[in-house]
Design a protein. Structure first.
Length: 179
């Protein structure tokens, strides 16, 4: 009778965390290898604490690989949009605060969406209240609701979350402008 002591997801999480902390150590020390024993202790301690203090979160490598080009493209669009508005004498803006009904459950996936939304073109997460995200938008003429839904779908794919339809009444949208 053989028993598994460590599951594959735990090994994957361990390998990922070790890699990320080693990369972070490399960045913080400018790639220096002057004290490999000290660096190894720091990396192993950070990994052990990370595993001890956080519960495992399922994630999809394919979902992440699909998210990266989406995120890079949206970040480029955001940077170009800011540059364009900075050079215009009177940048065309129509600011508004929108309320978007979230489908992601509370937790890491939702927190990730709120953070990433700040890096998308013309949006800033302002507040979360219950299942709603208040978003400050530079131009209300843009289809922000579709962009937020696309972001939410991609983040759900990373965290392997099956999204349900938002609880809206017939004829209502998941997004509306604040008065």
């Amino acid at each position: 009778m053989s028993r598994r002591i460590v599951s594959f997801p735990t090994l994957r999480s361990l390998a990922l965390r070790l890699t990320l902390f080693a990369l972070l150590w490399g960045v913080l020390t400018d790639g220096g290898v002057d004290a490999p024993a000290f660096g190894s202790v720091i990396i192993l301690t950070a990994t052990a604490l990370s595993l001890a203090l956080s519960r495992p979160t399922p994630w999809s490598l394919i979902g992440l690989l699909r998210f990266v080009p989406f995120f890079l493209w949206q970040s480029l669009r955001g940077g170009l949009d800011v540059a364009w508005r900075a050079f215009l004498p009177g940048p065309p803006i129509a600011p508004v605060v929108l309320t978007y009904r979230l489908r992601l459950p509370p937790g890491r996936a939702r927190a990730f969406m709120v953070a990433v939304n700040n890096l998308l073109p013309g949006t800033l997460s302002a507040e979360i209240s219950r299942n709603c995200l208040m978003v400050h938008v530079l131009d209300q003429r843009r289809s922000t609701g579709k962009a937020l839904a696309a972001l939410e779908d991609r983040i759900a794919a990373i965290f392997q979350i099956k999204l349900t339809s938002a609880a809206t009444a017939p004829g209502q949208s998941r997004i509306h402008a604040e008065a």
